[in-house]
Ligand binder design. Structure first.
Ligand code: ADP
Ligand code: ASP
Ligand code: MG
Length: 458
């Protein structure tokens, strides 16, 4: 079987959904499980509605809900001709919106959104889009079933699990196999919600936005897929973010490790958790463009393939804070251990580390995710001199080619210095497949364009 995932733009309006349906129907693989994201923009509207309900102008959430309802009803009208199926869809959409309206009304009284309530609200995006696609496929005479994955997870959560760790997700994959195999045996194509529910800690808080890629990967693992296909709005994984360099080129093939680095270092095109479910069963992951389905896209495989360039891709990660800790005792044994233990105690995770005899600098992602940062700094200040600098960016180059090529680091740094971009920290991954530099956030765009031009000549 194949696990196919369609992102927000592939579900963006009736034309996009119709194109998605054609890809599913004409797909050469007979056994498919489909996972969908919310229609583009809907998750953001839901989050705005939740914020509205708990802030001053409480009833503005109703405007957001109206917009979401209109968007889905408009698409339904264009996608479903059969009267009974249309009525089913209309009733489904209006009931779900009115249910959420009641929930948001309750939030106006409580005045805050917990991670669990946030998940309850966000889930509606994928519930509505999956229902819409399955009704459209049924309207076209295809055997498909709407599957709301949140129902199976909520049962697991209440019973045995308190933490959303790998063991939890392995268990989830096992349940997915049991749920989906009987449908595939009956030649039914399941249309699953990319949202998979109220996991411990909340899905948005623990897995993060873009979680539907991960869902499709877990389904691929669960059903031992031949391929996991991520259908999106670009021709594959590109040499850098096309919003910064429109001429960025498609990478033909990457290894699992390179793709994981790329996602972790900020390339939005795949969620960082997408690869590990594929690794164990050695499943090929392919990124493809819904609007250009004949293009080969990018293949992600165990070994990957070396390109003719010095590396494969440039990423940037914004909202980086540098914490520098100084002490005359830094090199004494046990001091670094004690320091890192404080970060662990405060659940603040570190990305890059750079040390000298008297100081150590580390980078931390987005302070909103590290709510304990100020407490940690106060604690560290009892023993060390601590300096904190916000608004930085990590620019990284990624690719196994670097192991074979001499002078890549030098050329990377000179591309930055040629454009008068100051480098604050440098780090080379021990596996020699990435080099990262920390620069000021204001230089991000210039830096990516300069490095892309230097290495890829465009
Ligand atoms: P979807 O809604 O299909 O999940 P996303 O918006 O999450 O799509 O991811 C696709 C977007 O990722 C592209 O439109 C592009 O702007 C952005 N992107 C960032 N870095 C890269 C990259 N290296 N290659 C391709 N796309 C990238
Ligand atoms: N709709 C969700 C988001 O916007 C999940 C996804 O697209 O994968 O983050
Ligand atoms: Mg995405």
């Amino acid at each position: 079987m194949f696990s196919l995932k369609f992102g927000g733009t592939s579900m963006g309006n009736s034309e996009a959904i119709s194109q998605t349906a054609q890809i599913i129907i004409s797909h050469p693989e007979p056994n498919k499980v489909v996972t969908v994201s919310a229609m583009s923009g809907v998750t953001n509207l839901l989050i705005s509605a939740a914020n509205c309900a708990t802030e001053t102008n409480k009833i503005c959430y109703k405007n957001y809900l109206q917009e979401i309802q209109d968007k889905h009803l408009t698409a339904l009208k264009k996608l479903v001709n059969n009267t009974d199926l249309y009525r089913t869809g209309e009733e489904f959409i209006t009931k779900k919106i009115s249910g959420l309206s009641g929930f948001l009304h309750a939030l106006t009284i409580i005045g805050e959104v917990s991670p669990r309530s946030n998940d309850e609200i966000v889930s509606l995006g994928e519930i509505l889009s999956a229902k819409l696609l399955s009704l459209h496929l049924q309207d076209l005479g295809e055997k498909s079933d709407f599957i709301n994955l949140e129902n199976i997870v909520s049962k697991m959560f209440d019973k045995d699990h308190t933490e959303a760790n790998k063991e939890f997700f392995e268990c989830f994959a096992h349940k997915l196999e049991k749920l989906l195999t009987p449908l595939l045996e009956k030649n039914i194509t399941p249309i699953c919600t990319g949202f998979f529910g109220k996991i411990p800690g909340g899905i948005v808080a623990t897995v993060g936005r873009g979680y539907s890629d991960f869902t499709a990967a877990l389904i691929g693992k669960a059903c031992n897929a031949k391929e996991i296909q991520i259908w999106t709005d670009v021709n594959g994984i590109l040499s850098t973010d096309p919003r910064i360099v429109p001429e960025a080129h498609v990478i033909e093939e990457l290894s699992f490790d390179e793709a994981t680095e790329l996602a972790n270092l900020g390339a939005k095109v795949i969620h960082p958790q997408t690869i590990w479910p594929a690794v164990k069963n050695n499943i090929l992951v392919r990124i493809k463009n819904t609007m250009s389905p004949l293009d080969a896209g990018t293949a992600i495989t165990k070994e990957g393939k070396l390109s003719t360039h010095s590396f494969k891709s440039i990423t940037i990660q914004k909202d980086i804070t540098i914490i520098t800790v100084r002490s005359t005792t830094m090199t004494e044994s046990g001091v670094l251990g004690e320091l890192f233990q404080e970060f662990a105690n405060h659940k603040v995770s570190i990305d890059l580390v750079s040390t000298s005899e008297s100081s150590i600098s580390v980078t931390i992602q987005n302070e909103n995710k590290n709510k304990n940062l100020q407490q940690l700094i106060t604690q560290l200040e009892k023993k060390f001199i601590v300096n904190r600098e916000n608004n930085n960016t990590i620019i990284a180059i990624i690719g196994n080619e670097m192991r074979e090529n001499i002078g890549v680091a030098g050329r990377f740094l000179s591309a930055l210095s040629d454009h008068k971009i100051n480098v604050r920290m440098i780090s080379q991954g021990a596996n020699q497949s990435n080099i990262s530099a920390v620069i000021s956030q204001k230089d991000s765009k210039n830096a990516v364009q300069a490095v892309h031009k230097k290495f890829f000549r465009i």
